[in-house]
Design a protein around this ligand. Sequence first.
Ligand SMILES: [Zn+2]
Length: 191
Amino acid sequence: MAYRVLQSENLIGEENSVFKWLWSIKAPPKALIFLWRVINGGIPTVDNLLKRNITLSDQQSLCVLCKSDRESASHLFCSCPVVHKVWKICLGWINCPSPIPQQVGQFLNFVPAPLTRSSQIDAWRSLWLATIRTVWLHRNKVIFQGAPFNQDQVTKDILCTSWQWLDSFTNHFKVPFSLWITNPGLGVMMQ
Ligand SMILES: [Zn+2]
């Protein structure tokens, strides 16, 4: 399965590299497995459901957040205009004006320019995965509970989740929660 991804996305070189890279992210196994499924087309986005011959109406085929394009992992996590605003906030924390990758595969190699130390990049990757995971959970709430996609709540959840992961899985992470929640950019740059 990973071979197919490498062929189609031309990512990091070889399967072992992707696997090693993924498991180096400071996050719980459940989140890493989720990311593995995202990379390998294993989450039930519309495009993946259609590949499994599941019939959907035109309305059901649209991204539930922007309702303007067919849902795929790359749409939902990269190019969706609703989620794009969330990324702008995340990148704004670290003063990164870089354009956001438009494909999930490109995101794997994306390191915001202001980050130079490996510990800073580690913190960013936890934040990055927390964003993808949080967007997915909120997308599910919209679909299954009819809840609105609340950008402020999504942002808070990203910060809570990423702090918990970094605090649990990084020995040198000493940023107080109160600082992380108010100035996450400083928290990242302190690494
Ligand atoms: Zn969308």
